[in-house]
Design a protein around this ligand. Structure first.
Ligand SMILES: CC(=O)SCCNC(=O)CCNC(=O)[C@H](O)C(C)(C)COP(=O)(O)OP(=O)(O)OC[C@H]1O[C@@H](n2cnc3c(N)ncnc32)[C@H](O)[C@@H]1OP(=O)(O)O
Ligand SMILES: O=C([O-])CC(=O)C(=O)O
Length: 459
């Protein structure tokens, strides 16, 4: 259902013109790779050992992949702290209680866990802010339905600017109000966009169900998503914890750094959030959860004997050699910029994946994931130039968990965004409160200055 504007493929003369421009383009923009070393460019904002360049300070969270012993950095089991609290303790401390994600939002934004009475008041505020007017759903969400729900969310969020009486004000008071509204509305925007896609693109029955007061954000997600609105306590709990685990990850991850960069220019909350969603969608960041799912579909179809480690290893090698799956050379769900021996979120998700797999009779699939995780580590370490040990990341098991919860893959990365907007909001407020300078690193010019030639003198 492409628009006429995008139908270059059907217009042969325009296609020829575009091929010509592509050739012109390919003859430029090529920078000698040696120059990066010569000028000591911190590619990817990393030093020569792969460590991130220090570009900011934060109190929101701490991502730890190393221990420092006698001044030396030693790879360690990963740990993650939200406002000083270890996420393992947070997840275990929340236990079977509902509203874990809501407590986490409060913690990230306000620096401490809410007291009983505060949580009640906070839930009341969030419920009030959650509503999307019927007019917005009809005029925005249902229009130009999109197969990629991340892009649909960006469009809806940018349009919310129009519905805000005070969109430009970047005072802390106003940005807090906007942030809470966006956090509360994101689940509705994502799920309704998904239903619009199902209806308008796949000719399935349109389903729009309102969220209900007293239910957690995770419960309302399942209520709005499922045709019968039913879910089990375990399903809601697992989703709640998945949201807690995806809510925040320091200032340096690509989408949160995007929040800092864009916020530092003084722009509005809707622009900043849409930019961060665009970053998170990328397959090397949050979009890896969808890629990992598709990669496993491919592994399941290509590897005949899931117990045969040699066959799996051979397939993984093909991925690394760009001969299999999406030819990017990446094994999705593996590797991390900071973690070395483990990603604590992956460990927790893996334990839920194992429980759910047992419950649903999918032990074989779980065993395949476990095997791929172990073999992929070995293969990446052997075939890539690594500065540190490699481990599975948060995106490795999340798609498997979501599939067992009956969540469609179109919503995998949107679920990440629904959670991570809590962290983006905390970082946006931190950037504004600390009145940072505009973020503006340097780029060295390595081209050649040249004279201007008049049109009829150009060769
Ligand atoms: C929520 C998140 O964002 S978690 C990350 C989700 N992303 C993925 O799962 C995608 C696959 N993983 C990757 O692409 C990477 O591991 C990243 C982007 C997560 C981290 O990248 P980096 O910090 O550059 O990793 P690192 O410095 O350890 O990598 C060293 C080398 O190993 C390669 N490598 C790292 N992970 C992988 C992988 N999963 N598959 C293949 N090669 C890999 C890198 O490409 C790099 O090679 P290069 O120097 O030739 O480019
Ligand atoms: O920290 C990173 O680079 C990526 C990541 O795991 C996240 O954002 O959750």
């Amino acid at each position: 259902m492409a628009l006429e504007e995008t139908l270059i493929a059907n217009n042969s003369s325009l296609k020829n013109e575009m091929d010509y421009l592509e050739q012109v383009l390919l003859n430029t923009h090529r920078i000698d790779p040696n120059l990066y070393e010569e000028y000591d460019v911190k590619r990817g904002l990393r030093d020569s050992n792969g460590k991130g360049v220090l570009t900011g300070l934060t109190e929101v969270s701490d991502v730890c992949g190393f221990d420092v012993i006698n001044g030396r950095k030693i790879p360690a089991e990963g740990s993650l702290y939200y406002q000083g609290i270890n996420v393992n303790d947070l997840v275990h401390g929340l236990g079977s209680k509902k509203f874990g994600f809501e407590e986490t939002i409060f913690l990230l934004l306000f620096g401490r866990l809410p007291k009983e009475e505060e949580l009640k008041r906070f839930l009341g505020i969030m419920f009030e802010l959650e509503a999307l007017s019927g007019r917005f759903v009809r005029d925005v969400v249902m229009k130009a339905s999109n197969s990629n729900i991340m892009n649909a969310m960006q469009r809806c969020i940018l349009t919310l600017y129009t519905y805000d009486d005070n969109p430009e004000d970047i005072s802390v008071e106003n940005v807090l109000r906007q942030s809470l509204e966006l956090i509360a509305k994101m689940p509705l925007i994502a799920v309704y966009s998904y239903h619009a896609y199902r209806h308008f693109r796949k000719d399935e029955t349109l389903l729009i169900r309102n969220p209900e007061k007293g239910r957690s954000l995770a419960e309302n997600l399942l209520l709005m998503l499922r045709p019968n609105g039913q879910y089990t306590e375990l399903e809601a709990k697992v989703l709640d914890i998945a949201l807690v685990l995806h809510a925040e990850h320091g200032g340096g991850n690509n989408s949160t750094f995007t929040t800092h960069v864009v916020t530092s220019s003084g722009t509005d909350t809707y622009s900043s959030t849409a930019a961060s969603i665009g970053s998170l969608k990328g397959p090397r960041h949050g979009g890896a959860n969808l890629k990992a799912q598709k990669m496993f579909d491919d592994i399941k179809a290509s590897v005949k004997d899931w117990d045969n480690e040699d066959e799996i290893r051979l397939y993984l090698r093909k991925i690394l050699n760009k001969e299999a799956f999406d030819h990017s050379g990446l094994i999705y769900g593996m590797g991390h910029a900071v973690y070395t021996l483990s990603d604590p979120r992956e460990k927790l998700l893996k334990s839920f994946a194992e429980k759910l797999a047992k419950e649903k009779g999918l032990e074989n699939e779980f065993a395949l994931y476990d095997r791929v995780e172990r073999l992929a580590k070995e293969e990446i370490m052997t075939h890539r130039k690594m500065f540190k040990p490699v481990c599975a990341n948060v995106d490795f098991y999340s798609g498997f968990v979501y599939t067992m919860l009956g969540i469609p893959e179109e919503l995998f990365t949107p679920l990440f965004a629904i959670a991570r907007i809590a962290g983006w909001s905390a970082h946006r407020l931190e950037e504004l409160l600390n009145a940072g300078k505009i973020i503006r690193p340097a780029y060295k010019y390595v081209g050649h200055h040249t004279e201007f030639y008049a049109r009829d003198e150009r060769e």
